[in-house]
Ligand binder design. Sequence first.
Ligand code: NAD
Length: 474
Amino acid sequence: MNTQLWIDNRAVPALEGETLDTPNPATGELLATLARGRREDVQIAVASSKKAFPGWSRMDPNERARILWKAGELILANLEELARLESLDTGKPIANARAIDVPRTADTFFYFSGWATKLTGDTIPVRGPILNYTLREPLGVIAAIIPWNFPLLLAARKVAPALAVGNTVVLKPPEEASLSSLRLAEILAEAGVPPGVLNVVTGLGEEAGAALVEHPDVAKISFTGGTDTGRIIMRAAAGTLKKLSLELGGKSPNIVFGDADVEAAAKSAVQAIFYNQGQLCTAGSRLLVERRVLDQVTEIVVSGTKGLVSGDPLDPKTQMGPLVSAAHRDRVENYIAAGMVDGATCRAGGGSHGPGFFVEPTVFADVNPSMRIAKEEIFGPVLAILPFDTLDDAAALAEDTEFGLAAGIWTRDIGKAHVLASRIRAGTVWINTYNRFDAASPYGGYKQSGFGRENGRAVLEELTQLKSVWVNLG
Ligand code: NAD
């Protein structure tokens, strides 16, 4: 398959001919050699997307809709290949890639295909003999920068809505896992996306990514990744006053009250943290449990964690694969060591093993809110369990974080659930469920989890701008 840059619907090597190796996380062995795009490659890609913009933005929206729908169909037709690629490149269990990553990617194209013909302006009753109306217009070239945890799905979340409303896109996939983005671009070309409408520049964040952020012909950066990288991008984007949306990190509270269906809550809590090896921005990494059911919940969580099947990501029975890279494994190991040193009790896991970058799903009890494992985003398979006594305690603990991405609430008391849902400052709140997403429902962060929204109608407003037109009827 293509491991070069993708520009004008063709695979091309990086100008300097440089490459980057990417390992298979399950074995540590070389998986692919990618082109290492740099500033000059970004310039070519942006120029191509700028050139493609007038044609694509003025295309009959019915035609744009048909192309995006076709893309969704081709993604489903290639489900097995895409699932295998994503599993090999990221280490995620293939069962999850088959059931979630690829079908949700197709859904995203189907959903936004419909919007191509439905975004409208307003007529406005202003003073005088005037017709005043608004036009909702695309921005131009969008730079989409994505992380490695759900590369295919996150690429779709950025590319599908941007293209639906007439923008063109330069996609910078993560250096750890670029293969599905490159394959997606081929599929979009097959669906009828014209040359230049979607270009892909593989490479490093501080090289290709930074060049995109600084490029004067890029209208907007749509970024998903770490909070520290978000800060760097925000500073760099100031030079050209770019529009930004930032989907950043999280340290999400998953709150279990004593009046909940405790067994369902505890079983779900295992999935909430360990799905995708904990490499999920919304991972329920802080399990807050009402003290009267603390022992019961902890026992179920510990036994559920010990029962997770770890192994070869390509084996359909595997529930836990490796982490994405050796560097990320080392980072997660450091947090586990910090949890032990700080005095938390490790109730499950705690170890790591090779070949590949496997870390055991790890549960810490007796966690104090000031410990690093309770405060910082680990982005790995590490759960911190903390007790609380009252609804106010739960709300205060939930809020004791710089992040505001998501929260879970488990209770049979509907009033309590809604009161807490309105009090927690997070972009998503799940009640008696966790980690549900849909292309139709807006998604994004409060506080330092970022700003801007993806999915739903909300993202379309961020990918367009309003023009007010005044017509003298006098
Ligand atoms: P990262 O911030 O290191 O990298 C993300 C992307 O940014 C990569 O493509 C990288 O090459 C690029 N990048 C890095 N430095 C850059 C720079 N200076 N300029 C431009 N681009 C640059 O994040 P990661 O390690 O790949 O992913 C993990 C992080 O992503 C976690 O913090 C996680 O919470 C977050 N995340 C957030 C969401 C969300 O929707 N809020 C979803 C998934 C992951």
